[in-house]
Write a protein that binds this ligand. Sequence first.
Ligand SMILES: NC(=O)c1ccc[n+]([C@@H]2O[C@H](COP(=O)([O-])OP(=O)(O)OC[C@H]3O[C@@H](n4cnc5c(N)ncnc54)[C@H](OP(=O)(O)O)[C@@H]3O)[C@@H](O)[C@H]2O)c1
Length: 279
Amino acid sequence: MNTHKPTLVLGGRGKTGRRVVARLTARGLPVRIGSRFGEPPFDWEDRSTWAPALKGAGAVYISYHPDIAIPGSVKKVRAFADLALEKGVRRQVLLSGRGEEEAQLAEQAVQETGADLTIVRCAWFMQNFSEDFMREGIIDGELVLPAGDELEPFVDADDIADVAVAALTDERHIGELYELTSPRVMTFPAAVGEIARATGRDIRYAPVTLEEWAAGAAESGVPAEIVEFLTYLFRDILGNNPYLTDGVQRALGREPRDFSAYARATAATGVWNSSPVTA
Ligand SMILES: NC(=O)c1ccc[n+]([C@@H]2O[C@H](COP(=O)([O-])OP(=O)(O)OC[C@H]3O[C@@H](n4cnc5c(N)ncnc54)[C@H](OP(=O)(O)O)[C@@H]3O)[C@@H](O)[C@H]2O)c1
């Protein structure tokens, strides 16, 4: 790889992107953070920002916002990959999701550009419990979700970043599709149980119907498009992928991290501590 040109990391302040940035930086490799607040800024909603962000880059980590499974992602991701190629950024690593029609179409669309591509196709991230929409429920001691007993092999964002950085820095990963899971399928109630044990707190999983959950989320101010998307995820996607894959092993030659290790390490950071009671 060209070690002088920066790698553009889209979503470089997000769950996976910031881990990719940290790893590249730790290796002494130049990085450009793709962010609406970056220099130059990058905004999926403003195509005039794409070319300046790509200028002079040697590789790009493509993490689409808001979600690669959302209708409209295929066209945008394809247009970005095309522009990247036009600007000479051949090396591309695409973050994708499992069992999602739109995500698989986006993968295909980027493949068709002829870029030097690696696809990192992931299960649900463990970090959704600690850095995203489920964190508040964990802090409150009750995670209300319509997830039932569906099984999911949550994957650790640290493993995702390790695979992405391997792909960005080693040409042997060109053309590979790595499907990443942890070593264990588990239910959401079991995941919450692991977090309760790791924190030593009383945290319970509260099952609700999809309709009850959507009404509650809307009432508590979650934006309509997020409620709609999560409803789609819980109704149509969750439960489709209750099997393990060997992407971490193939890409890195080691086992993926288990949920209990994630829960212990995350609990130790204090992000799940209950909020202080204010008078
Ligand atoms: N969560 C899961 O379980 C899961 C599973 C499989 C696949 N995925 C895929 O993973 C991707 C998300 O990756 P992630 O979780 O690492 O990211 P993330 O934590 O959701 O963060 C994404 C970043 O997107 C940026 N952003 C917001 N609006 C933007 C815009 N208009 N243009 C450009 N950037 C914008 C924000 O950065 P700034 O504020 O700095 O702009 C934010 O830090 C999605 O495509 C999703 O489909 C997620």
